[in-house]
Design a protein around this ligand. Structure first.
Ligand code: COA
Length: 154
């Protein structure tokens, strides 16, 4: 990847299959150590292509793209929330998450958002803490556990 990092841009509706595949691959490879299969399956279902397409009407869907055009990351912005933040496991640890995150914060700052919120997976907690988010509380839904976090944009 170039020193400038991946290209981050708005996703197109025709890319929903690729986005869904990216999310589901990442779920079952990266989040499997932290969540049971039934929880991963439920999250996979809410990230089916039709659901991603429906979400595009209410959120900004971003994708990170490698120089060869491969989709390697995605994120969604809905009001002051960051959602569906995933970097393909083969591309983790190379600054793709940081690039997606910086792009997302740039958009939110441009909309005068003051406090960004997200529900972190147990897997991504360290990533968001390193980015300056503070944990507010744990959200438990059966075997699904997430951490509500927020970051003030100043
Ligand atoms: C969490 C995730 C998005 C991070 O993306 P990434 O591309 O691997 O992150 P980057 O390479 O840009 O890392 C940026 C910084 O965060 C740190 N970091 C990344 N993941 C981390 C983790 N799990 N714990 C602690 N620090 C982490 C990196 O070391 C790096 O630090 P540096 O700036 O000092 O070099 C990615 O690992 C992922 O998709 N995980 C699985 C899916 C998931 O749980 N998504 C979140 C849903 S809420």
């Amino acid at each position: 990847m170039s020193d400038a990092g991946p290209l981050v841009r708005a996703a197109h509706p025709g890319e929903v299959d690729e986005i869904s595949r990216l999310i589901i691959t990442t779920l079952f490879r990266s989040n499997a150590a932290d969540y049971p299969q039934n929880v991963l399956q439920r999250i996979a279902e809410v990230n089916a292509p039709a659901r991603i397409l429906a979400n595009m009407a209410i959120r900004d869907t971003l994708v990170a793209v490698a120089p060869d055009g491969t989709m390697i990351g995605t994120a969604g912005l809905e009001a002051n929330w960051i959602k569906s933040f995933f970097v393909h496991p083969d591309w983790q640890g190379k600054g793709v998450g940081r690039a997606l995150f910086a792009h997302s914060l740039g958009i939110l700052r441009g909309r005068a958002v003051r406090t960004v919120r997200l529900q972190s997976s147990l897997t991504a907690l360290g990533f968001y803490e390193a980015a300056g988010f503070r944990a507010l509380r744990e959200i438990v839904d059966g075997e699904d556990r997430k951490i509500l976090m927020e970051l003030d944009l100043v």
